[in-house]
Design a protein around this ligand. Sequence first.
Ligand code: TYD
Ligand code: MG
Length: 455
Amino acid sequence: MAKAKTQFVCQNCGTVHTRWAGKCEGCGEWNTIVEEDPMGGIGSGPGKMPKKGRPVTLTSLSGEIEEAPRIPTGMAELDRATGGGFVRGSAVLIGGDPGIGKSTLLMQAAAALSRKGHRVIYVSGEEAVAQVRLRAQRLGAAETDVLLAAETNVEDILATISEGKRPDLVIIDSIQTLWSDTADSAPGTVTQVRTGVQAMIRFAKQTGATMVLVGHVTKEGQIAGPRVVEHMVDAVLYFEGDRGHHYRILRTVKNRFGPTDEIGVFEMSDRGLREVSNPSELFLGERNEKAPGAAVFAGIEGTRPVLVEVQALVAQTSLGTPRRAVVGWDSSRLAMILAVLEAHCGVRLGQHDVYLNVAGGYRISEPAADMAIASALVSSLAGLALPADCVYFGEVSLSGAVRPVAHTGQRLKEAEKLGFSSAVLPAGSADLPKGSAGKWREVESLPDLVARIAG
Ligand code: TYD
Ligand code: MG
């Protein structure tokens, strides 16, 4: 028999290389390539006879298929992120930095479901049962019927969760600790994680239980990143937040059964995560209304409007090459706004350092923030505070034109609700709330906006 050739797999992105290399060509990470056995866990055993399937027409299915059955947790922010609750028989990956609060969130979800009479098994590969119980106690979840197990071996886990009544929800914390007898690679490698996750997904599909998988994201790629697993599961949620801030965001990046771009917002406390149903109030909490360089952006996250302050500091540079530093926004987008300000508005920033920060450690991904960012920059440069009761949104194009964005009505309604009485928005915006004209200042272009602020 020919000797099985080994392969070299990047632990961050899963790219297979024929030789070891210091840097992965797939994702550009360093020191992430590890030698693995390609057959580890896959396809061993006698061949199976092929079975003939029978394709069906789409129309013959009408009326037969219903909405995916879900189990809502009753935690509104979590249910919002999953699209209305966990779908039965699906696999969900919850990724995030170590220590961000994944285990806490899931223990709270487990307790909530258990209180509603669901059978929940929490399998911890990182902590002993006693530790998990301690956490549950702190979260006020110790009196629930959540079943705990401390296992890391895939076969043992399957045996444990198959025992007794079928579970409604199984939590595996975390996939990086999974290892299987059938895979030859070391625990924590891509092959091991993939084999383990495959087995868990199979269990979910066969039994109809929801499988929630926890995955740590590590920059160094020391342990297999969940990126490899993202393709295999039905939904991917990221739990994010800034260590210096006390709130956390659960962001949906993939969802086969619901919308993506939805977020759930939580606030950390010593008794666990608290749901934040009105995030704008949180992000605007510590606002200094008289400071130049601050603009309130009326954004949309999924279906929900979120108001957040963007802060800019523009100062004379003492360096040969001025500094540009961004927290919470795309730095290439900032470079674009600066270029448009220079080219079309005569705002010279070549001799200035530019710092941009989104308040509260929040991260904005919408191009609609362009106008708020530009306003904050101009306000800081001119040393003039923007009106405290005004919100800004609109996309800026390279020509300096300002383009309308979606959900204008929703943005303005949220702004009104929070006491903002005016808005600067793109000319030609659709669905402006009726009866409140006059309060909305429409601008055609970035020069128009700059003139309005500076003049
Ligand atoms: P943990 O849930 O263990 O994070 P992860 O599973 O993502 O690694 O939380 C990390 C630490 O933070 C843990 O010591 C508990 C603490 N914590 C709180 O005290 N309150 C909270 O609301 C959260 C989310 C965490
Ligand atoms: Mg944990």
